[in-house]
Design a protein around this ligand. Structure first.
Ligand code: IMP
Length: 178
């Protein structure tokens, strides 16, 4: 029996089980609780991909905290302004606060860099980054990713919030291109 799955026009094979993911997510939550107790961190969950990771991670967070959901939008302005990144949905006052960015995956780090560019203008106290997955071979930025669930090779994956052309986000395990 084949355990390949089809997402749109591509086949994927099982890669990381939900049990393994959850074990790592619990470890991250424990680290965050130890590091950020008494700081009332604001978790900024970057939609869409992070919804499943955020739900698992935040259920394991036992310190006082707040949660906000954002989307990153990039606009190409005029040639003089270049591309402009905007955060949609961040209504909390974040000046002076500890912010934890919750990402599904850090690949090249371009998205993360843009996000940090926006948040750093808002005089936050400190920014920490939590990502379910990191592709170290693709990541060439200097920004430290403080809390990483699993490091994976430079392969395309779906599931656990990650999509292929809009599909596959609902899968509870992670699959890789077959
Ligand atoms: P980055 O800006 O290159 O770090 O890419 C980050 C975004 O690309 C993630 O938030 C995902 O939406 C998407 N992405 C990167 N790698 C994968 C993958 O393997 N599967 C699905 N989406 C991915």
């Amino acid at each position: 029996m084949s355990n390949l799955i089809t997402v749109k026009d591509k086949q994927f094979k099982p890669y990381i089980s939900s049990e393994i993911i959850l074990k790592e997510v619990k470890r991250l939550a424990q680290e965050i609780c130890n590091d950020l107790a008494r700081q009332n961190p604001l978790f900024v969950v970057v939609l869409n991909g992070s919804f499943m990771f955020a739900a698992d991670l935040l259920r394991e967070i036992t310190i006082p905290c707040e949660i906000s959901f954002v989307k990153v939008a990039s606009y190409h302005g005029t040639s003089s302004t270049g591309s402009v990144t905007e955060l949609i949905g961040l209504t909390e006052e974040i000046g002076g606060r500890t912010v934890v960015i919750v990402e599904d995956i850090v690949d090249t780090g371009v998205t993360l860099e843009k996000l940090l560019g926006v948040l750093e203008k808002k005089n936050v106290k400190q920014i920490k980054i939590a990502s379910a997955l990191l592709k170290p071979d693709a990541y060439k930025k200097d920004i430290p990713v403080n809390y990483v669930g699993l490091k994976i090779p430079n392969d395309f994956v779906v599931g656990y919030g990650l999509d292929y052309d809009g599909q596959g986000r609902n899968l509870k395990d992670i699959y890789v291109l077959a």
